[in-house]
Design a protein around this ligand. Structure first.
Ligand code: F6R
Length: 276
């Protein structure tokens, strides 16, 4: 059964009926994560049956951890193979060594790649160690590589309290591509717990751009907890603006927000319809 058939019809925002934005309010983060993991699993299997690759866009941070845990479980207990999977991570701090405790290379290995049968050559994470002068060319190549694999089938996203997706901070326009960016202070503050002091949090990062993200065929954004409620409301119900880069998702033809009760708290009832 395809993942679309498994899902109850999500509610489409009435004022955005021309876009493909839908919002699901789920009992808790675990339910939301399992739902996305199941969708990813069936996409991978569907592609494998057609002898095709499945290209996934992946995120780090606390939000997707349960999705990765469920995918690892599906690999171990249900025989889900990642042999046909190609991945592109959204972002990486810059500069940072891959073996640093806070690097996204390390995060992805610990939470997913070390536990599944993915072909390592199919894993792509922006490099935090390249020379500054080489960064623009490297970023162009990253976007070109995504395109040459056929584009991202499903992009997993979280949302930052600044309204960022990837590290596209306030000010990022809709046409941005992979590039070096300055991290917003609020984002750096949120990272203090990982780096043990503001002075250790990098100032810069390499991130896929808003446009790079919007090229994905499906986008699934997870947000959990009351600290996300305000920005989720503004991203979904507010006007599109580069002050809240996530608001550009309103133009995408297949984007789904999966929220727990706390993150959905500020939305008007009509936006999410019934709780799943
Ligand atoms: C991480 C990323 C960020 C996070 C966002 C939410 O790769 O691109 O946009 O998704 O900062 O982070 P958490 O999940 O830690 O709240």
């Amino acid at each position: 059964m395809s993942s679309t058939l498994e899902s109850p019809a999500p509610f489409n925002h009435p004022s955005k009926h021309t876009s493909g934005l839908s919002v699901l309010r789920l009992a808790d983060a675990g339910e939301a994560s399992k739902r996305v993991a199941r969708e990813i699993g069936s996409l991978i299997r569907h592609r494998a049956a057609e002898h095709r690759n499945c290209v996934l866009g992946l995120a780090t941070g606390s939000t997707p951890i349960r999705v990765y845990r469920e995918l690892v479980r599906m690999h171990r207990e249900e025989g889900l193979s990642f042999h046909n999977v190609v991945t592109f991570n959204l972002d990486e701090y810059f500069p940072i060594k891959p073996d640093a405790a806070q690097s996204y290379v390390r995060f992805m290995n610990e939470h997913l790649f070390d536990h599944i049968d993915i072909v390592r050559a199919n894993v792509h994470i922006p490099k935090g160690t390249i020379e500054l002068e080489a960064v623009p060319g490297y970023c162009r190549d990253y976007d070109e590589l995504i395109a040459s694999t056929g584009g991202i089938d499903l992009q997993l996203l979280g949302i930052g309290r600044t309204g960022h997706i990837g590290f596209n901070e306030p000010g990022a326009t809709k046409d941005t591509r992979t590039r070096l960016v300055k991290l917003d202070n609020l984002t750096r503050l949120d990272a203090v717990k990982d780096f043990g002091g503001m002075e250790h949090v990098p100032l810069l990062a390499i991130t896929m751009g808003v446009d790079s993200i919007l090229q994905s065929r499906r986008i699934r954004l997870l947000a959990f907890g009351e600290h996300k409620a305000d920005i989720v409301q503004r991203a979904i119900e507010g006007r599109m603006t580069s002050t809240i880069p996530a608001s550009f998702l309103q133009t995408h033809r297949d984007v789904q927000y999966l929220l727990d009760d706390a993150a959905a708290e500020c939305l008007s009832q009509s936006t999410y319809g019934e709780t799943v």
